[in-house]
Design a protein around this ligand. Structure first.
Ligand code: GUN
Length: 299
């Protein structure tokens, strides 16, 4: 069977071109879209994601601010930083890289971000809007990117059995919310660590989306022929043959499954590039909305 490689990088390149047009239109009106990223601690994976996000902003000519703080930053100090960014007119999007150290209450941190600047789409206001299908919020970048990528490749999920593996607030739950909306119309099943007979469920999937964060967890016997797979996992594994001594693999055993699937995302180069570009897209949208609000007469 000819397997299609779903290269998020290609779709992301096209989206970046559209964003460049919107960014220059904003600049003509005196607005440079700005994203502030806060990172607490020095987890290597988080540092690398944050670096990529900053670079993506700069490549698009956006304003990028990275706030790096040590792991012992107090919760109160983090909330104060967020408050300052909420008031900063140069900043249209604010993101706190997760996870944060255990002494910090992540719920309090997310709730402190102005929902109008919550380009991660993690604030309860934006999660609520997503769930009820209301416009005006932000969709979380990874599931949003997967949805956009599937559409770009002409993969229609309406009426299909879509199985989401993982129930995180970052991938699994928002993915399910997006796909079950009226107009998208997938039949969604969410599986997680307590799911019984996972394989019996994943084998029903027309489309399987994994965001469980376990390297090579989805094996060939867990999927049916012709399945479409989007792999949001990016897991570091030791590999003495690699230059750095490690490499990144997805949640899905790509090599074993690729001939069975009708379409599959590679890792890297699949979902990852879509996540970054949708974050940029949300930030540009936040800047456009802020301009619109300025234009509106105060009542
Ligand atoms: N950590 C892993 N993925 C994400 C993400 O999409 N946003 C934030 N803020 N942290 C993350």
């Amino acid at each position: 069977m000819g397997t299609r490689l779903l290269e998020g990088k290609e779709v992301a390149d096209r989206i970046r071109k559209d964003l460049a047009v919107r960014i220059s239109a904003l600049k003509e009106k005196g607005v440079v879209p700005g994203l502030a990223v806060i990172i607490v601690g020095d987890d290597p994976a988080s540092v690398s994601y944050v670096t990529m996000k900053g670079k993506a902003c700069q490549d698009l000519g956006m304003y990028s601010l990275t706030v790096r703080k040590p792991a012992d930053l107090s919760e109160a100090d983090l909330l104060q930083i967020i408050n300052g960014l909420n008031r900063d007119p140069k900043v249209h999007g604010i993101l706190v890289q997760l996870p944060v150290p255990r002494h910090i209450d992540v719920g309090k941190v997310i709730a402190a971000i102005d929902p109008k600047k919550d380009v991660d789409g993690f604030h309860p206001t934006n999660v609520g809007k997503m769930l009820i299908g209301e416009d005006g919020g932000f969709l979380p970048a990874t599931p949003y990117g997967i949805h956009v990528m599937l559409k770009a490749y002409g993969i229609d999920v309406a009426g299909k059995n879509v199985v989401v593996v993982g129930r995180s607030n970052i991938v699994g739950k928002p993915m399910a919310a997006i796909l079950m909306q009226k107009g998208v119309d997938a039949t969604v099943t969410v599986c997680h660590s307590r799911t019984k007979d996972l394989k019996a469920i994943t084998r029903q999937a027309d489309v399987l989306i994994s965001g469980i964060g376990k390297p090579l967890f989805i094996t060939a016997d867990m999927v049916k022929d012709g399945v479409v797979i989007a792999d949001a996992g990016s897991n570091r594994i030791d590999d003495p043959s690699a230059k750095k001594g490690y490499r990144f693999v997805g949640d899905v055993d790509f090599d074993a499954i690729k001939d069975k699937a009708s379409a599959i995302t590679p890792v890297p180069g699949g979902v990852g590039p879509m996540t970054i570009v949708m974050l940029m897209s949300n930030t540009v949208l936040a800047a456009e909305r802020s301009l619109e609000r300025q234009g509106r007469p105060k009542v």
